[in-house]
Design a protein. Structure first.
Length: 128
């Protein structure tokens, strides 16, 4: 996934601030045939404790993936926030989850305007 523009970063930051004190979460998609547009889709966080973890609502996730396929868009990233720790680096849970979604960029929002992007390379989540 390409680097986020200032406007795209502000979209994710606003969503994180709106969800606080809970973690926000969602998908980032792009046109399947290429192109530079990115689309951001909020999903409900149904984690047992959404202030310290995120779990995308399974029924929403399945529906959104189907919708994206029909609209010729493909998932290129996942975003979520860390409103409690404020650290935009992946937690151990994030690292394990990212291994299940290889090839995607993981955008993590910390406190303020802190934002990090990570990708899985050879089984390791590394800065994008």
């Amino acid at each position: 996934m390409r680097h986020l523009t200032w406007h795209e970063k502000s979209v994710v930051l606003r969503r994180a601030n709106r969800a606080a004190p809970e973690e926000c979460c969602g998908l980032i998609a792009a046109p399947a045939g290429g192109g530079t547009a990115l689309y951001f889709y909020d999903l409900d966080n149904v984690a047992d404790d959404p202030t310290v973890a995120f779990k995308m609502a399974p029924e929403q996730l399945v529906a959104k993936l189907h919708e994206l396929k029909l609209s010729s868009r493909t998932v290129v990233g996942v975003y979520h926030s860390h409103p409690t720790s404020g650290d935009p680096r992946p937690s151990e849970t994030d690292r394990e989850m990212a291994k299940q979604w290889p090839g995607l960029t993981w955008v993590i929002v910390g406190l303020g305007d802190a934002l990090g992007a990570w990708e899985v390379w050879e089984g390791v989540l590394a800065p994008a």
